[in-house]
Design a protein around this ligand. Sequence first.
Ligand SMILES: Nc1nc2c(c(=O)[nH]1)N[C@H]1C(S)=C(S)[C@@H](COP(=O)(O)O)O[C@H]1N2
Ligand SMILES: [Mo]
Length: 203
Amino acid sequence: MPLFRSKAEEQVRQAGYDPARLPPGQYLTDKWPVLHAGEVPETDLATWDFRVFGEVEEPLTLTYDELLALPATEVTTDIHCVTRWSRFDTRFKGVHWRELARLCRPKPSARFVIAHAEAGFTANVPLAALEDENALVCYGADGEPLAPEHGWPLRLVVPSRYFWKSAKWLRGLELSATDKPGFWERYGYHNDADPWREERYAF
Ligand SMILES: Nc1nc2c(c(=O)[nH]1)N[C@H]1C(S)=C(S)[C@@H](COP(=O)(O)O)O[C@H]1N2
Ligand SMILES: [Mo]
């Protein structure tokens, strides 16, 4: 393990980055890997919608155009997959939670968010993780629309957690007073998924 760690660090240094940016047990990748369960879904924007529901005063149903019309945010951030790749400085574009919160007005009871994606995929994070400056409901990456395999038309990006929490093909955010383990969390992955604490598995 120490040997692997120093090799991974050396690689980060050679790529011109501060090795402190690499969480424990990760290695740097330049390409952006594609990982998911199942197939890339077919999406028809004419019938597509995005919902924010649950513990909110004003449930939302937005079309893609309505979502794109909200104030956009761009962040440049590092992402970390539990399969051990990390990618630095991806430029994500989308809508920050604060814009959706302004419209849906979360109730004080809202403490968790369950992301709902196509084909029944879900992922759970504390609401606080969506309030991070670097978290986004995302429709663009590296100056382009998201590629279908990376979640077009919409995905979640929560860089503070392992990337499985960043649901692709996102269709809704459910605000909840209680936490509800998502797809990978029910398979034994860690509920909190902090890469800096190496919270990979629940056991
Ligand atoms: N809808 C959906 N989103 C998903 C997944 C999935 O299986 N289905 N897998 C997650 C996992 S395990 C990872 S590592 C990231 C990968 O995103 P990428 O393919 O854009 O790198 O998507 C996450 N989002
Ligand atoms: Mo993953």
